[in-house]
Design a protein. Structure first.
Length: 511
């Protein structure tokens, strides 16, 4: 199978070439020259042109009142906030898939871009093989002389569009009240935040009228009328929940440059809309289905933090601390094989976000930020910042897996940055490290997908053109660091990706 993809903004176009010769699915005949693409024909052209759109409107209002409790300065604060979000995903009407009848004109050798695209995949361990030329494919599809070989496939076109569709609205209303009091060297802050979330969504549940495993393994006949049918059931649902988020914080000034902080806080994490909507993304060729989870619950966390801060004489700070988190109903990505004889997708790979039971997170961090004013000349404008965090976690998803590391949580993270700043401009280079972590949970440890640790270098800068007007630029992943994922251990590759560097720039104006 040859796959050629073009990415443009939010639209993705996939052109997939499968073996032909009048058969459906995998070619089981042993060929004398299986790598000779002149023996293959264009079979299917699938256009996965999809669009997503998000709208976000936010308003907030805050107020504060200073007063005294005896001789102790106090501040009472309160406020409200509203956030309204709309997310929609669909495939435009011009997204069409086509079935191709084999002919001399659509022999794959006519669409060749390169005999060998690259032999550097997987660090030189995999030769990719021949690659298609997208312009030649487009020319073939638009040539009226080939119209008899090209047939619009309404089944795959419409079923893909119906399965991808979702329309979701999310409303978050929040309010808070807190009071701060200064008792000589001790500051106490206590408050509570209340958030009410309402989510409403629409999607389609797609059910195939045939066993989706059959065509791949030579079962059902694609010529049968029942093969190309499916049932679309519109789904509309909503959910509501309210969260109370109390917190208490203490700050003690041992000296004017030495501070201790202690805090107990609470927080929660809402599921992404795309994870909640019960839509299905089915890939029959890959035997994979991605399913939304309308039963996904928000995660709720209790946090305890103890922090020490020491301010430096040369405009800097060194700090260190320890923390503990208890997370209920944490969210994680599950990717495993479905074992359900009553399901159409029995034996397929199923990807779905789920809730775990509970997780405990223990950690320590240290930070050093300092201006290098002791350096001579222009070098005194340099500033160094750094941070390192160590985290140990235990999480329980179900009784079968027992205790494991919290999915998505790296044990080691670090950041180092060197900046040069004047009144006119600022330039900064940063190295960021994220250690290995579980990207998705499989049915057992050997099937867990891990994302390997990686360093990434980012660069940014800004210059003040006139008063209030600033030009800024940033570049991300300038060293093109690899992203490597594996099954259970590093010898079993899941994904090796080089995303390249990317950048953006713009202007900001402050009134």
């Amino acid at each position: 199978m040859l796959i050629f993809r073009i990415y443009w903004k939010l639209k993705v176009y996939d052109w997939i070439f499968l073996v032909g010769f009048g058969c459906y699915g995998i070619l089981k005949t042993v060929l004398a020259s299986p790598d000779d693409i002149s023996r293959y024909n264009l079979y299917v052209v699938e256009n996965f042109n999809n669009e997503t759109r998000g709208e976000n409107f936010t308003f907030r209002m805050n107020s504060a009142k200073n007063y005294f409790i005896k001789d102790n300065a106090s501040t009472f604060s309160f406020g409200v906030k509203g956030k309204f979000m709309k997310n929609k995903g669909w495939m435009p009407e011009d997204t069409k898939n086509y079935s191709i009848t084999a002919s001399e004109a659509n022999c794959l050798s006519n669409f060749l871009y390169k005999e060998q695209l690259s032999n550097k995949f997987l660090n030189g361990n995999l030769a990719f093989g021949p690659a298609a030329d997208i312009n030649k494919i487009r020319a073939y599809m638009s040539n009226s002389a080939n119209s008899n070989d090209i047939e619009y496939n309404p089944y795959t076109s419409n079923s893909a569009a119906d399965a991808f569709f979702y329309d979701a609205n999310e409303r978050v209303l929040a309010g808070y009240a807190m009071n701060k009091i200064q008792l000589q060297n001790l500051m106490i802050l206590a408050g509570v935040r209340v958030e009410q979330t309402h989510v409403k969504y629409k999607a389609n549940k797609i059910e195939r009228s045939f066993d989706p495993n059959s065509p791949i393994y030579g079962g059902a006949d694609p010529a049968d009328e029942g093969f190309n049918t499916y049932t679309k059931t519109p789904i509309a649902s909503s959910l509501d929940y309210t969260k109370f988020l109390p917190n208490v914080q203490f700050k003690y000034d041992l000296t004017d440059k030495t501070i201790f902080r202690l805090a107990w806080t609470t927080g929660y994490s809402r599921p992404n809309i795309s994870e909640l909507v019960p839509k299905q993304d089915v890939s029959q060729d890959l035997e994979r289905v991605t399913i939304g989870n309308p039963d996904l619950k928000p995660a709720y966390a209790h946090n305890l933090d103890l922090l020490f801060e020491q301010y430096l004489s040369n405009v800097g700070i060194i700090s260190g601390g320890v923390f503990y988190k208890h997370i209920d109903k944490f969210q994680y990505l599950s990717e495993g094989t479905l074992h359900d004889a009553n399901s159409q997708y029995n034996g397929w790979k199923v990807i779905q976000s789920k809730n775990g039971d509970a997780a405990k997170v223990y950690g320590a961090e240290i930070t050093l930020n300092t201006s290098l004013t002791f350096l001579p000349g222009f070098l005194k404008n340099l500033m160094f910042t750094s941070n390192y965090t160590f985290i140990h976690s235990k999480a329980v998803t179900d009784q079968e897996r027992g205790s494991l590391r919290l999915p998505g949580q790296a044990k080691h993270t670090a950041n180092f940055a060197l900046a040069y700043s004047t009144k006119r401009f600022t330039v900064q280079a940063a190295m960021n490290y994220c250690g290995s972590y579980i990207q998705a949970l499989g049915s057992d440890a050997e099937r867990d997908i891990w994302r390997d640790g990686r360093w990434q270098m980012d660069v940014n800068g800004s210059v003040n053109i006139v008063k209030g007007l600033t030009f800024w630029v940033e570049a991300v992943n300038v060293l093109n660091s690899e992203q490597f994922s594996y099954f259970g251990n590093k010898s079993r590759v899941y994904n090796l990706q080089y995303s390249g560097a990317n950048g953006r720039c713009g202007f900001t104006y402050k009134f």
